[in-house]
Design a binder for this molecule. Structure first.
Ligand SMILES: Cc1cc2nc3c(=O)[nH]c(=O)nc-3n(C[C@H](O)[C@H](O)[C@H](O)COP(=O)(O)OP(=O)(O)OC[C@H]3O[C@@H](n4cnc5c(N)ncnc54)[C@H](O)[C@@H]3O)c2cc1C
Length: 388
């Protein structure tokens, strides 16, 4: 077997272009050398490793869907590999990068005015400005179109009122992309942190996604200048186009977490002796390792192909749903099996598996739950909506 992060039973790496392989190797080394050594401590303390942001910017990890404005666009395949590598380390790290790229920089690039692009994108690419994406509300998660947050025109401004919950990066963000209704139409607003009437609070006592600053955003008579309206964004259709990229990133990230758990379990099984023999010599343990690699291999082929479909602009949102659903579900099973193989040690931070297991609980909910993706695919197959 090759270096860390490279279980490759079906030689998927050989299908990549040289450029994709070089980018992947660079990110893998960055993750192993700079992220892995510090992540458990941050998870323990419930803090995001802010020190890593300038390094991520130097590596070109911000602005991955953007041409120009100080950004270097990459293929979706490369974006997926980046998410996979970050997810191999920590889902919270990957979430920060996904939100910055797919849920803030991409919508500014796709739907923003020229002034908005010039104002935000170069600084975001340099990691000087962090963004967050405020869609979910306390009473509207799976059904965001029911949102209560409202914007009303007042002279040359809009007045924003409402609450957004579970917002990744919220309390470290310099700008929030907030979705609100003007009348019945859903619109996007760029809200500077520090705008009077805008308050962001860290959600405490989480046992999952501990490195990720998940936040509550409250808007109370918050005045937004009209030039902060995302002029090209048109309702849920625009929102879903950003979520497609983010969901693909989550599918790749879950694969990375599964690979990390497998590698720890396999190495441990070779070393650990019980009844005087390594546990890897027992058929029941081998069967578990084989099941893990079967699912990892299927997920690798699925995400590789999905990346290529995205690169050719041929991927459907239902295919993305299938990948998110499958990869997260299987990663959770793999993390559970790995934890079991490690025995008591499986609950220690040093082995990382318990951290992935806890994080995957949040990953299964965010970007659409398994139920919601099942309903999306079910509707595609039957032509009948079973959402309500
Ligand atoms: C760590 C974390 C980070 C997040 N980051 C962000 C972010 O950056 N920005 C953002 O806007 N949001 C974010 N979210 C919110 C996330 O997108 C929502 O939590 C998710 O969409 C589910 O919404 P909910 O929690 O309100 O659950 P609900 O929608 O209340 O669902 C509860 C349960 O009901 C099920 N259910 C719902 N509808 C149906 C149905 N029709 N049929 C069958 N079952 C159904 C669901 O599958 C689930 O099991 C984040 C969430 C977490 C946990």
């Amino acid at each position: 077997m090759e270096a860390m992060g490279s279980i490759d039973y079906f030689q998927v790496k050989s299908l990549l272009t040289e450029g994709e392989r070089i980018f992947w190797d660079r990110v893998r080394q960055f993750v192993d050398r700079e992220c892995m050594p510090i992540i458990s401590d941050h998870f323990d303390k419930g803090t995001f490793p802010m020190e890593i942001i300038p390094r991520m910017a130097e590596m070109g990890l911000f602005g991955l869907h953007v041409d120009g404005y100080g950004c270097r666009r990459v293929t979706h395949t490369i974006y997926g590999l980046i998410c996979q590598e970050l997810g191999r380390c920590d889902s919270g790290l990957r979430a920060m990068v996904s939100v910055q790229n797919s849920l803030v920089m991409y919508p500014i690039y796709a739907f923003g005015s020229e002034e908005q692009k010039r104002k935000w994108l170069p600084r975001m690419a340099r990691g000087e400005v962090i963004g967050c994406f405020g869609l979910t509300e306390p009473d509207f998660g799976s059904n965001p179109s029911g949102m209560m947050t409202r914007a009303e025109r007042q002279g040359e401004s809009y007045v924003l009122n409402g609450t957004k919950m579970w917002i990744t990066n919220g309390s470290i963000a310099n700008v929030a992309l907030v979705w609100a209704k003007i009348g019945e139409e859903i619109c996007g607003f760029l809200v500077d942190a520090g705008t009077p009437g805008f308050q962001s609070t860290l959600i405490q006592r989480k046992f999952s996604y501990r490195t990720s600053p998940t936040s509550l955003l409250i808007f109370k008579d918050c005045m937004i200048p009209e030039e902060n309206l995302l002029v090209g964004a048109k309702g849920m259709r625009s929102i879903l186009s950003c979520l497609n990229y983010a969901r693909y990133g989550v599918a790749c990230s879950a694969l990375g977490s599964a690979i990390a758990c497998y590698q720890v379990a396999e190495a441990f099984a070779r070393e650990r002796k019980v009844f005087e023999r390594p546990i890897a010599s027992y058929q029941l343990i081998q069967e578990q390792l084989v099941r893990m690699v079967v699912e990892i291999t299927k997920a690798q082929l699925l995400t590789y192909h999905l990346g290529k479909l995205l690169d050719q602009n041929r991927a459907s949102h239902t295919q993305i749903s299938l990948a998110k659903l499958n990869n997260v579900r299987e990663a959770m099973k793999i993390a559970q099996k790995a934890r079991d193989i490690l025995g008591a040690r499986g609950i220690l931070a040093d082995h990382h598996v318990i951290r992935h297991l806890c994080d995957l609980e949040a990953v299964s909910t965010l970007e659409g739950t398994e139920n919601i993706h099942t309903l999306i695919i079910g509707k595609d197959l039957t032509g009948i909506s079973a959402f309500y």
